[in-house]
Design a protein around this ligand. Structure first.
Ligand SMILES: Cc1ncc(C[n+]2csc(CCOP(=O)(O)OP(=O)(O)O)c2C)c(N)n1
Ligand SMILES: [Mg+2]
Length: 536
């Protein structure tokens, strides 16, 4: 037993569970917490908007596999973080948000920034609570941290009154165990044999990979051994190599309507999969998910296994199945080719700077081995589809909550987690406007993150939808062309405007060479494309 003030014990726990960096924007209600992190030699990364502290903590968690932690001040600081907490919740990312809180003796008196935070985030956290009694600290912080890893994982929230942060407590030195070791249940073994049997009988199998496949060691072996055409959700990008002959991205609709078997690993059958409605009635559906509620969300699975994906895939990949998928793979490959041709046709003989051309060049430049945050509408969907990332989870997209503004925070968290890796952000010009001011943080902290803005002068993704709703009468859809690059330059970063496709790669090379936080602002034509998803 030893005596520590609560904020010191808090920092000690973070250290014990491997947290090396925390993200924050300062405020009077969190000074003791920040001071204790400093004493514990935890790196403190301070940003310009609390939203980005939490987005950064999310990316830190996704990229490093450690718990992401954000510390925000009471009242408005907390309020600013809510969108990001929701984003992490819907993307199932383990994350601890800690907020300061007014003195206990001021409760109900209208003190500065007095607010009862936990009820606001109950809906979007695994656990949320106030630590008002110092004696409850160990138990509550343990519960908050452990809850982050429940099921698929998600954010937890605690707030600690300023006076409680400096209370002395007796502590036992025991910090929470954050990783539980998954074990096979009896019923799982039977189900695994059923899955194996279904795979061997299937003539037209499809593998869908959603989230929670980070660290699934035998995924590639499982895919190639069973010759499974595989489709990845945004968050699963890089789970199988871009060049794998089982990697497919443009034929999913066709595959699902024609298949006889769907294996879904950590998949949400939400709007992104048309609520499961496009799946052939003949298909056997197998769902494997650490989150029980997701096993039959919008679908009726034939077999469902509620366990760690790593464990189940490991067992499944110990079987060798003889099967011939040649015809099926050929069929899907030809659908992919047709789709690619359709997109590329738009570029044939095109005179200006088409967004698809931007997507092609940017994806080519970024290559396989960089982390990419994506933040925008149409420009992001076109570019993300072409990215060749072959590292699990290294495309950081906002997930199903679909918030704009995630890019700067995500890139920051990723760069802090992996300093020696290149980190890019692909922005729409709309997306850039939300949190582009974080470039100041990159400049201050000397982080050479490269942003690329696809500047088409409009909120294109919504303009397209609006145009279909009220042809010729769209409103609130115009941004115009702006010198975003000059703003970065004026702050001490590197910036360039690019207007021609052939100038883009040289500009990116110069940005890279500058070693500075950079923004390449790419002026594109405004081209109507159908990518919105509001009608289903
Ligand atoms: C915080 C937030 N506000 C509004 C939206 C609605 N929205 C989705 S896409 C989009 C347009 C994005 O424009 P831009 O980033 O310029 O990309 P473009 O579609 O023009 O390529 C908007 C406004 C959103 N998703 N998130
Ligand atoms: Mg735009």
């Amino acid at each position: 037993m030893k005596k520590l003030i609560i904020s010191d014990r808090f920092a000690e726990i973070l250290s014990d569970i491997g947290v090396k960096s925390v993200f924050t924007l300062t405020g009077g209600h969190i000074v003791p917490l920040l001071d204790s992190c400093r004493k514990e030699q935890i790196e403190i990364i301070d940003v310009r908007h609390e939203q980005n502290a939490v987005f950064a903590a999310e990316a830190y968690s996704r990229i490093s596999g450690k718990l992401g932690v954000a510390i925000v001040t009471a009242g408005p600081g907390f309020m600013n973080s809510i969108n990001s907490i929701a984003t992490a919740y819907f993307s199932n990312v383990p994350l601890l948000v800690v907020s300061g809180r007014h003195y206990r003796r001021q409760e109900g008196k209208g003190g500065l920034q007095e607010f009862n935070h936990p009820p606001m985030v109950d809906e979007i956290t695994k656990y949320s609570s106030t630590i008002s009694n110092p004696k409850e600290f160990e138990q509550k912080i343990n519960k908050a941290i452990k809850s982050c890893f429940d099921g698929r994982g998600g954010p937890s929230f605690i707030d600690i009154p300023l006076d409680v942060q400096v209370e002395l407590i007796n502590t036992s030195n025991k910090s929470p165990e954050i990783k539980t070791i998954a074990t096979l249940k009896k019923s799982d073994t039977k189900k695994i044999l059923k899955v194996k049997d279904s795979i061997s009988k299937a003539k037209k199998p499809v593998l869908l990979i959603g989230s929670k496949v980070e660290g699934v060691k035998d995924l590639n072996k499982f895919v190639s051994q069973n010759k499974l055409p595989t489709y990845l959700s945004g968050q699963a990008r890089g789970s199988i190599p871009f060049r794998s002959k089982y990697f497919f991205s443009r034929s999913r609709k066709h595959a699902l309507s024609e298949c006889d078997l769907v294996i879904a690993l950590g998949v949400d059958f939400d709007f992104r999969l048309k609520y499961g409605e496009g799946i052939s009635n003949e298909a056997i559906i197998i769902t494997i998910d650490p989150d029980k509620d997701k096993l039959d969300w919008n679908i009726k699975p034939t077999v469902s296994i509620n366990n760690s994906i790593d464990l189940i895939v490991n067992k499944l990949s110990s079987y060798t199945v003889q099967k011939d998928s040649k015809e099926w793979l050929k069929e899907l490959r030809s659908v992919e080719k047709k789709q690619t041709k359709l997109i590329d046709q738009a570029l044939e003989g095109y005179k200006g700077f088409h967004p698809e051309e931007f997507a092609r060049i940017v994806a080519q430049y970024i290559g396989k081995d960089a982390i990419v945050a994506v933040d925008g509408g149409d420009i992001v969907s076109s570019t993300a589809r072409r990215l060749q990332t072959s590292k699990q989870g290294w495309v950081l997209d906002p997930g199903p909550f679909g918030s704009l503004g995630t890019g700067p925070g995500y890139a920051l968290g990723a760069k802090v987690a992996k300093r020696n890796k290149k980190v890019f952000i692909i922005f729409g010009d709309g997306g850039f406007g939300f949190n582009g001011f974080e470039f100041d943080t990159y400049i201050r902290l000397n982080l050479p993150i490269i942003g690329i803005v696809g500047m088409d002068g409009v909120w294109n993704n919504i303009k397209t939808f609006h145009e279909a709703y009220a042809p010729g009468n769209t409103v609130a859809d115009t941004l115009g062309y702006r010198p975003y690059h000059k703003y970065i330059e004026s702050m001490g970063g590197y910036g360039e405007l690019v207007k021609k496709p052939e100038d883009l790669i040289p500009a990116l090379k110069r940005a890279d060479k500058s070693g500075k936080a950079s923004l390449i602002n790419v002026q594109l034509d405004q081209v109507v494309r159908k990518s919105s998803n509001y009608d289903s």
